[in-house]
Design a protein around this ligand. Structure first.
Ligand SMILES: NCC(=O)CCC(=O)O
Ligand SMILES: [Zn+2]
Ligand SMILES: [Zn+2]
Length: 339
């Protein structure tokens, strides 16, 4: 025995983790509740169909008449929020994405129904043109094929307004045009909706190789070129920070990093810089596919790995995780008090 006062026991860590409650106390800020989840949904313009998406096993495109049955069990398990994407098969596409803001847009049709069926569900709408433009780009183009930024943000603001008028609680512009947050905030103010509708900015949306399955799901692949002139280069922390400063300045209510698993340094940095803002992260289609296929091949255990991934996202600073795994996670939360 040594009673000299030298704190020999100070670095014994096992005492903090020797039972489950003790371990839980070490990570309470990483807990996952239904409030930490947002579920992306594809709504297709064929009211009675449920369409398989081959590149995203387990995820479907739902027609308007199939949405209620899909969502009701999830809402009863605690689902708090959804992120809506429209997918069009028969709606004519044009240069300006005209039907992104008309009744042809399946999201605009679905909003009043969803609000009636699920009055406590918070509904966010992805605001973009790419599913409605003939060229498949996220903005309006000039004759030489480059982005016309002023026309693009005018259209994006109009699309946002039409979702807001149809009942959206949150507008999430994913187009990555300069000035879109300010343009949306301005049009909401002009129509008396600024105090009712929040703006979740896809702040740091990187030009990633992880979006492939989504483009298949939403039929929004660009007809030519790529999105590198408006999405962020993945090497650039500097542009991600400038994008966040810009969006905060323009009045964004919530921030997002997308994709997430290979961008967690950015999540941490943005959360440290903007602790006042809820931090959203989007676990995108390619991340979903990688985890799904690894589990299917028997390389990893889906539940164990996903639990670890979710905890690590929370640890890095994420408040809300947008994930295609939401139904699965809710099922686990529902079956057990803690994930
Ligand atoms: N605005 C949404 C995307 O661009 C892609 C999301 C995904 O890959 O899941
Ligand atoms: Zn887009
Ligand atoms: Zn997008």
């Amino acid at each position: 025995m040594n009673y000299t006062g030298i704190p020999q026991n100070k670095h014994i860590l096992h005492s903090s983790i020797s039972n489950k409650t003790l371990r839980d106390w070490q990570g309470l800020s990483c807990n996952i509740t239904p409030n930490n989840l947002m579920y992306p949904i594809f709504i297709v313009d064929e009211p009675d169909s449920i369409q398989v998406i081959p590149s995203m096993p387990g995820i479907y495109r739902f027609g308007l008449n199939k949405l209620k049955d899909h969502l009701a069990p999830l809402v009863s398990k605690g689902l708090q929020s959804v992120l809506l994407f429209g997918v069009t098969n028969s709606v004519p596409k044009d240069e300006n994405g005209t039907h992104a803001s008309t009744q042809y847009n399946p999201v605009i049709q679905a909003l009043p129904m969803l609000k009636m069926w699920f009055p406590n569900l918070t509904i966010a709408c992805d605001v973009c043109l790419c599913a409605y433009t003939s060229h498949g780009h996220c903005g309006v183009l000039q004759a030489d094929g480059t982005i016309n930024n002023p026309s693009s943000i005018e259209r994006i603001a109009q699309v946002g307004l039409s979702y807001a008028k149809a009942g959206a609680h949150v507008l999430a512009p994913s187009d990555m045009m300069d000035g879109r947050i300010g343009a949306i905030k301005q049009i909401l103010r002009e129509h008396g909706l600024a105090n009712k509708v929040a703006v979740l900015s896809y702040t740091a949306k990187f030009a990633s190789n992880l979006y492939g399955p989504f483009r298949d799901a939403s039929k929004s692949a660009p007809a030519f070129g790529d999105r590198k002139c408006y999405q962020l280069p993945y090497e650039s922390t500097g542009l991600a920070l400038r994008a966040a400063a810009r969006d905060v300045e323009e009045g964004a209510d919530m921030l997002m990093v997308k994709p997430v698993l290979i961008y967690m340094d950015i999540v941490k940095e943005l959360k440290n810089r903007y602790p006042e803002y809820p931090m959203f992260v989007y676990q995108v289609s390619g991340e979903y596919a990688m985890i799904h296929h690894a589990a299917k091949a028997g390389a990893i255990d889906l539940r164990l790995l996903l639990t670890e991934v979710l905890a690590s996202l929370r640890r890095s600073g994420a408040d809300v995780i947008i994930t295609y795994f939401a139904p699965q996670i809710l099922e686990w939360i529902h079956g057990k008090s803690k994930l």
